[in-house]
Ligand binder design. Structure first.
Ligand code: NAD
Length: 350
């Protein structure tokens, strides 16, 4: 039986993952659900934000669903014991190198976008961001003082063939199960790594994915097309730095933080890490008003990409659509429902 590990975490994390559990239990009996403390909750109970046992359980699961971590209570803890350090260690330990961020515009919420309804309605794009390489990790890096007293900061953008291929492969595989189109964004006009990126993606496409449509775009042009005509894209694959920026831009096309799921995937067959993009929201934690849809939609991604149940993922996506169409709204998207009531609204359409 497939195994799901829930890591509720801190703040609103446990509130939204409770709704995931209810949805999962309604959808299927064919899933073992385990749960462990994580982040600040794990620091309080077990002395570390991520214990060896929890990491081992994550690696042994088929999918891991994290709520959120962090909060003022742990802000003064040493850096390596902060809740956020646990999350970075979990991502590194699970070796998840491809970050998937869908931007879907639900018809009933189209007017919540800052763009016009006719530009965003029906939007369904997937950004695949390289997560463990590039300029955030490249060496050398640092700030030095020069002999003349000036300071000099250095970051290094580095990519290998292997790193580019494995993340591009994720994008091509996703496109095959979607609308069959990959757009690869780089800066091949001005960067050596960009040129290599373009060559490697082109070669992989010719070798293994000729059935998928491939298009290249400069990352700055991609930023423009995202706001002018976002429905141009199906799957958009890019490096760590450009992906960081473009995925936040895409997220804003659709409105609230409380609606946005994400996934991080590693090698084929390895467990994926699924999480809402929002944090622990200390300002509303404990009030039962958080929107659980980002967490529920993260579970929908887990069903699709790690648990081998695209049929149940479709049912869940339809139920969320139907709940929204029927007017279900938490406070962040202009309504009055509590977290539990929003969960109920989704369950009612399953
Ligand atoms: P946040 O995402 O927690 O909150 C930002 C704003 O969005 C808040 O006003 C919050 O109330 C609202 N919001 C977020 N999720 C919501 C939801 N599901 N429903 C309704 N409203 C929602 O970001 P922050 O306030 O910058 O950070 C708070 C803490 O979370 C910090 O400790 C930070 O380090 C941590 N954090 C964790 C993650 C993660 O676990 N992946 C991500 C971001 C921030």
């Amino acid at each position: 039986m497939p195994k799901l590990l829930l890591l509720p975490g801190d703040g609103i994390g446990p509130e939204v993952t409770d709704e995931v559990r209810r949805v999962a239990e309604r959808l299927t009996n064919d899933l073992t659900i385990d749960e462990r403390p994580f982040g600040g909750a794990s620091f309080d109970a077990l002395g570390a934000p991520l214990t060896d046992d929890t990491l081992a359980a994550a690696k042994a699961a088929d999918a891991v669903l994290m709520g959120a971590v962090g909060g003022p209570k742990w802000a003064a803890a040493p850096r390596h014991l902060r809740p956020e350090a646990g999350l970075l260690a979990l991502r590194a330990g699970m070796e998840v190198f491809a970050n998937l961020r869908p931007a879907i515009c639900y018809g009933p919420l189209a007017d919540a976008s800052t763009l016009k309804r006719e530009v965003v309605e029906g939007l369904d794009l997937m950004i695949v961001r390289e997560l463990t390489g590039g300029v955030y990790f490249g060496q050398p890096r640092g700030v030095e003082t020069l002999p003349d007293g000036q300071r000099r900061g250095v970051d290094t953008q580095v990519y290998t063939t292997h790193e580019i291929e494995r993340v591009s492969r994720v994008a091509f595989e996703l496109a095959r199960r979607r609308r069959g189109k990959v757009t690869s964004a780089d800066k091949s006009n001005v960067m050596e790594t960009g040129q290599l990126w373009r060559e490697v993606v082109t070669a992989l496409h010719a070798r293994e994915y000729a059935d998928v449509t491939l298009e290249h775009i400069l990352a700055d042009a991609a930023a423009m097309v995202l706001v002018r005509n976002p429905r141009h894209f199906d799957v958009l694959v890019t490096d760590n730095l450009f992906g960081d920026i473009l995925s936040d831009e895409a997220a804003q096309l659709t409105g609230s933080m409380g609606m946005l799921p994400s996934a991080a995937l590693g090698a084929p067959g390895a467990p994926g890490l699924y999480e809402p993009i929002h944090g622990s929201a200390p300002d509303i934690a404990g009030q039962g008003v958080a929107n659980p849809l980002a967490a529920i939609l993260s579970f929908e991604m887990a069903l699709r990409w790690s648990l081998g149940r695209p049929d149940l993922a479709d049912r869940l996506a339809d139920a969320v659509q139907a709940a929204l169409a029927a007017g279900a709204r938490t406070r962040d998207i202009g309504g009055q429902l509590s977290t539990r009531e929003m969960g109920d609204a989704v369950l009612a359409h399953l």
